[in-house]
Design a protein around this ligand. Structure first.
Ligand code: ZN
Length: 293
């Protein structure tokens, strides 16, 4: 028995583990189907090194690329009643939530709120996580966004939101729908305080999130080739009974039709955001610079 557990089992495990290593080192780009070395891909902010396809990146991976020297402070989401409706489909909602939390590196729901210096200016940033139950918006996300907007107002800081969501969280029924109005009012408070509210639309931004705070920015940036819309193309096609144009609901199409102000590569987001915020908050500096030349 001892010989089996102490000697044979570790050997077998080592054999199996060795087989798994190549799979964790490489991944396939879903767009161009080329193989990517995991380390290169991560260093490239999860953008394909062959074709430039922007894959869905989780907030904690994204944040270090945005703040000065990669330094920021995380703000835990306010506590909300978990599973208020005692909802159950094929699985209990509270069990689903726990599973998602276990994979979220400390995040309690689909929103991450952080603050720190960006271009030497205090900035509040909130990012939705599509990897957490499809980035769906329930009470915790709504409450988190209210907190982020209050934080921005208190610190006289701009609010930048990264959206990535399938919509409202159906397991919270009407309570999740109420977050549409709550988040709308929350971002309005930032605007009323005369502070910039900028949205970066990432793949995918749909449903209730696109019907509330994600479409209310002073400026809308989008990552390349992201799906942005309310209902999916199939639903629209069946309703209007017409073929939809090529590239419908993609960032570039929305830019052409005036719904998005700029499509920005992930590598250029930090500098673009800093420039936009500066344009909105430092008009005197810009005016002086022109006057002096
Ligand atoms: Zn690719």
């Amino acid at each position: 028995m001892n010989w089996l557990t102490n000697f044979v089992r570790p050997k077998l495990r080592a054999l199996v583990a060795r087989k798994e290593t190549p799979e964790t080192l490489w991944l396939k780009c879903p767009k161009c189907e080329q193989m990517l070395f995991m380390r290169d891909w991560e260093a490239n902010q999860e953008v394909c090194t062959h074709c430039g396809h922007h894959m869905r990146i989780r907030p904690l991976k994204r944040l270090p690329y945005l703040f000065d020297e990669g330094k920021y402070e995380l703000h835990p989401l306010p506590r909300v009643p978990a599973d208020p409706l005692k909802f159950r489909d094929t699985e209990r909602y509270d069990a689903r939530l726990k599973k998602a939390q276990a994979k979220a590196e400390g995040a309690t729901d689909a929103l991450t709120v952080a603050s720190g210096l960006m271009g030497n200016r205090m900035t509040v940033l909130a990012a939705l996580d599509f990897g957490f139950m499809g980035g769906s918006m329930g009470t915790a996300v709504g409450e988190g966004l209210v907190m982020a907007s209050e934080l921005a107002v208190a610190r006289k800081a701009p609010l930048i939101v990264f959206s990535a969501s399938g919509g409202a969280r159906m397991q919270e029924g009407i309570l999740s729908l109420m977050q549409l109005t709550r988040t709308t009012i929350a971002v309005r408070r930032v605007k009323e305080a005369g502070l910039p509210y900028i949205v970066v639309l990432t793949d995918p931004t749909t449903g209730g999130v696109s019907a509330s705070f994600a479409m209310l920015g002073d400026i809308h940036l989008a990552e390349p080739d992201a799906i942005i819309g309310f209902a999916g193309p199939r639903v629209i096609q069946d309703t209007i009974r017409q073929e939809l144009p090529e590239g419908f609901q993609r960032s570039e199409y929305l830019l052409e039709h005036g719904m998005v102000d700029a499509v920005v590569h992930r590598h250029k987001l930090r500098e673009t955001l800093i420039r936009m915020v500066s344009l909105l908050m430092d008009p005197l500096v810009v005016a002086n610079a022109t006057a002096n030349t």
